[in-house]
Design a protein. Sequence first.
Length: 194
Amino acid sequence: MRKLLVFLAAILVASFASAQAPVEVDNTGTPGKATAKRTAQATATITAIDAAAPTVTLKAKSGETQTFKVGPDVKRFDEFAVGDVIVIEFEAGLALEFQPAGSENVPVTAIASGGRAEKDQGPGAAVAAGVRGTVTVTAIDPAKRLVSFTGPGGNVYQVKAGPKVQLEKLKVGDRLLATYVEAVAIKLEKAKKK
């Protein structure tokens, strides 16, 4: 199953690669808060199934094909058919909230959740994971509207302030509460009968 997820992730990364520029955060309408979201979708078509092995062969839009061993963690494998499409959807969200002077430093906190589709739905699963903590503004480029901040682990990140974000109110050394969440959903879309 891990090899399948790596293949699907590679397809997704290829389609997501054009989004390498800093994410643009927008004003939420609440003073001191800004959010951003990125999404991507990738698909692979089932070209062969060997129920005895059990394996499934997938073909990406690029034409690349690969065969995968299907582990016991894949439920409802009997519902898969040649021609069905596996869809993987990715969403990443970022929320930044200004922390006034004297605010408590929020230590890094991680969360994760996941689940499978119900029996009355097509086969699928979703998982989400996130992290939250205080970050510090380390640089501001007003001309390009770019803000750099350092996370608790010392990593530097950069975002672009949208046109409605009041960038002039932010200064180097300000602290922000950052919440970053990634979610991935995989579902099976049945082939249309001819």
